[in-house]
Write a protein that binds this ligand. Structure first.
Ligand code: GMT
Length: 384
């Protein structure tokens, strides 16, 4: 197949999933065209069958901010036409699904237009899409997509609750790259970050308010009062400054390492003893999955998509959003009980491989593509 993929190129989960999917599809012989404002974050190597087409957004003194949706639509139409694309697969509905709709309109006037698949990732529905200024266009462009997927049942249900959706939504969970995310201890020298007797606690996110990064600091502060531990923070975002201030105010600067944004997190995650993700909500929680695949149990928030990824009581311990004392207690109890902690590590690796393995999930996408292109067998029962 010839597939155009559009995503935000930054270090966010939706861009990572889109990029990993594109690279895996290219390995399987599909021709993949990334159409985005910059090369996607994890697309850091040359690969056969992978093309990258930047969007140039012209500015003009009249514009308050340069428009993105329209040049993206024009580029999508141009690339679809030049390479005879079968599909435009857009990740994150706003504004990518609307741009794809416009591209298809431009092309249908000329005869052949690609099918559009929109993958919903999270805040495109729960925060941004629900905002009055985006609501109706989000609903419209989801309904006009030829196929719609969501990364969790939670998100599919939220979408139906928030919008009047006439399309069926296919749930395809996120996946991890099994060739990179694995528990091999020799991938990471823990001594870089912590002394031999110290536990290493990791948090990885883009430090947006929805991640509740200050809760990470509160949980860690409680842990380190009882157990020797270091906190490794990976990523950067709007709340990083606030977090630095909090760390200083609590006087724990020597125990917290700010690593900033990192591309090869698979070389760091296997070092961790615990992963913290106390988010307000997560449609999925890709970082939790990548940590789980490396054998790192999670302490985090109950509900939303995290509860679909983590098995509470087996691969992690979940508590209501904001209940940092309970999260810290669970962390301390788990770290103190070596045998239980080891069981959690093993269960994490098994759960990741059984449910979220790249090879299986990429096949699900391929089959879904075939159905959207009306090439799948009736008995496959993949609703599109
Ligand atoms: O929706 C967002 O916040 C953006 C998005 C991203 O680009 O980081 O994150 C979402 O998509 C990820 C990949 O599917 C999920 O793992 C994250 O849980 C989800 N974030 C939220 O729901 C807050």
């Amino acid at each position: 197949m010839k597939i155009g993929i559009t995503c935000y190129p930054s270090a966010g989960g939706s861009g990572i999933v889109a990029t990993e999917l594109g690279m895996k599809l290219a390995e399987r012989g599909h021709q993949v065209h990334f159409i985005s404002s910059e090369p996607p974050f994890r697309l850091n190597t040359y690969m056969e069958n992978v093309f990258y087409h930047p969007i140039t957004v012209a500015n003009y003194p009249l514009f308050k901010s340069p428009p993105y949706t329209l040049p993206l639509a024009v580029k999508m139409a141009e690339i679809s036409k030049n390479y005879d694309l079968d599909l435009l697969h857009v990740h994150y509905a706003i504004p990518h699904a609307a741009s794809a709709y416009l591209a298809r309109e431009i092309l249908s006037a000329e005869g052949k237009a690609p099918k559009i698949i929109t993958t919903l990732h999270g805040t495109d529905i729960t925060l941004v899409g629900a905002d009055a200024s985006f609501h109706d266009i989000t609903q419209f462009s989801i309904n006009r997509s030829d196929g719609v997927t969501a990364v969790s049942n939670y998100l599919a249900e939220e979408t139906v609750r928030e919008f009047n959706i006439t399309k069926d939504i296919k749930v395809i969970h996120n996946f991890f790259d099994s060739s990179r995310f694995e528990p091999s201890a020799n991938k990471c020298a823990k001594s870089q970050f912590a002394a031999e007797n110290e536990f290493l606690i990791i948090h990885l996110s883009n430090f947006r308010p929805v991640k509740r990064a200050p809760d990470v600091i509160d949980i860690f502060d409680r842990i380190q009062k009882t157990l020797p531990a270091k906190l490794l923070l990976i990523g950067e975002g709007p709340d990083t400054t606030l977090v630095r201030r909090l760390v200083k105010r609590k006087g724990i600067e020597d125990s917290v390492i700010f690593l900033g944004a990192q591309v090869r997190v698979e070389e760091i995650l296997p070092c961790g003893d615990l992963f913290l993700l106390p988010s307000q909500e997560e449609s999925f929680g890709l970082s939790a999955l990548e940590a789980m695949a490396c054998g790192v149990p999670l302490i985090g928030s109950l509900g939303s998509g995290i509860s679909e990824v983590i098995s509470d009581g087996e691969t992690g311990l979940l508590h209501p959003v904001g209940d940092t004392p309970a999260m810290a207690n669970s962390a301390i109890e788990l770290l103190k009980d070596t045998a239980r902690h080891k069981r959690f590590q093993e269960a994490s690796i098994s759960r990741a491989r059984e449910n979220f393995l790249d090879t299986n999930i990429v096949t699900e996408y391929e089959r879904y593509y075939e159905c959207v292109l009306e090439r799948c067998r009736q008995d496959e029962n993949l609703r599109v």
